[in-house]
Write a protein that binds this ligand. Structure first.
Ligand SMILES: NC(=O)c1ccc[n+]([C@@H]2O[C@H](COP(=O)([O-])OP(=O)(O)OC[C@H]3O[C@@H](n4cnc5c(N)ncnc54)[C@H](O)[C@@H]3O)[C@@H](O)[C@H]2O)c1
Length: 353
């Protein structure tokens, strides 16, 4: 039976185009999704910036309470669902506090965390407590990706052999593409990862240092190979490419977003999609689905069970670079090998061009 949920948001931000923005203000997209369900009310927000919190409540909250301390908010308000919309180093303490406070569900922004240990601890804590934990890999809900998966399932490219992706970095953007690799490949687990990273220019995204250039090869348990290229010279001519025994699918950032060629087509055939590879509607759909999953007690599409798989590949890539060798899954090293190496000055003296 349906019931209404009291939602709290931690980290309000400001929409990215507005004065005072420090990022994208993802919380605004989350609250839009909750309110659109017609089943959720915004009960409270917590932000160390009173200005951001009060502005947020002014827009959406009505009578929602404002807290500067999320621990106090969790203890007093006891929300049903908590959205964690802060930068990655805060995801673990906030998700663990919410789980410890007895909430029913936590919906957290990607990437899971800056280290593999932190990501795994969140997942394990949620499983142990029976709390629904999800991460916002929202592209699972966009038309071009769903159409691509449907075509793969229908055999349009024969048997999938290789999945390729290209983006700016492994952890911030790569988390989306690696999640899509699992999505295309029927959520088949990874068996090993071989990777390399380079760091010659200081860059941080949402406070997390990222590599200048990276390469990640994944072997999935069904024999499919994944290849993700990141950073400098990572362009492979499309965002995602799925190569099968009888054809190829490509997803592009610009129109047409999806195209196919196979043994029956003469050259590329473009698909007209109403949606592209980005879009807030996907966040609404993800939230509607996680609310339905909470009602029904079933695993949501954005579950931490899925998020840990792509996250493990990110940290296994870093670990492979540290070990100079293949890393078999499961990954045991708790740290981020990249951050550890960076701290030891591993790339000191690298060309800064
Ligand atoms: N899913 C996507 O496509 C997507 C897109 C952009 C960003 N993100 C992710 O969203 C997350 C948040 O990014 P953003 O751009 O929304 O951030 P933001 O900078 O817009 O907002 C962060 C808010 O957190 C608040 N905050 C900081 N420390 C806090 C604390 N201790 N307690 C409470 N509030 C605190 C800040 O005051 C700020 O209001 C990041 O992990 C980022 O990677 C996801």
């Amino acid at each position: 039976m349906s019931s209404n949920y009291r939602v709290a948001v931690i980290g309000c931000g400001r929409p990215r185009t507005e004065d005072g923005a420090t990022g994208f203000g993802m919380s605004h997209a989350h609250v839009h999704g909750y309110l659109a369900t017609g089943r959720c009310e915004l009960a409270a927000v917590a932000d160390i910036s009173r200005e951001n919190a009060e502005d947020f409540v002014g827009r959406y909250g009505g009578t929602a309470d404002v807290y500067l301390d999320y621990h106090e908010m969790l203890a007093v308000v006891k929300p049903d669902i908590v959205s964690v919309c802060t930068w990655p180093h805060l995801h673990e303490p906030m998700a663990l506090a919410a789980i410890g406070a007895g909430v029913r569900a936590v919906h957290c922004e990607k990437p899971m965390a800056p280290t593999w240990g932190a990501a795994r601890r969140m997942h394990q804590a949620a499983v142990a407590a029976g709390v629904q934990l999800t991460f916002n890999h929202q592209r699972r809900f966009l038309e071009p990706f769903q159409t691509a998966r449907r075509l793969i399932r229908q055999g349009a490219i024969g048997t999938v052999q290789r999945i390729e992706g290209s983006c700016g970095d492994m952890i911030d953007w790569g988390t989306h593409w690696l999640d899509m690799f699992f999505f295309y490949n029927g959520e088949t687990p990874a068996e090993w990862v071989l990777g390399q990273i380079d760091h010659r220019q200081e860059k941080r995204i949402f406070g997390v240092p990222v590599e200048s250039q990276g390469l990640c090869q994944i072997k999935f348990a069904n024999g499919v190979l994944g290849l993700l290229f990141t950073g400098h010279d990572a362009d492979i001519g499309c965002a995602n490419r799925i190569i099968g025994s009888e054809g190829t699918l490509e997803l592009h950032n610009s129109r047409p977003h999806l195209r196919l060629q196979n043994i029956h087509t003469q050259g590329w055939v473009s698909y007209t999609t109403q949606e592209g590879l980005h879009g807030g509607i996907a966040i609404d759909r993800g939230i509607a689905e996680l609310v339905r999953s909470l009602d029904q007690g079933v695993e949501p599409e954005l579950s931490s069970h899925k998020a840990v798989r792509c996250t493990e590949v990110i940290f296994a890539t870093y670990e492979s670079s540290r070990r100079r060798g293949r890393v078999d899954i499961p990954l045991e090293a708790e740290d981020s090998a990249f951050l550890t190496l960076l701290g030891k000055g591993a790339w000191a003296g690298s060309d800064n061009s």
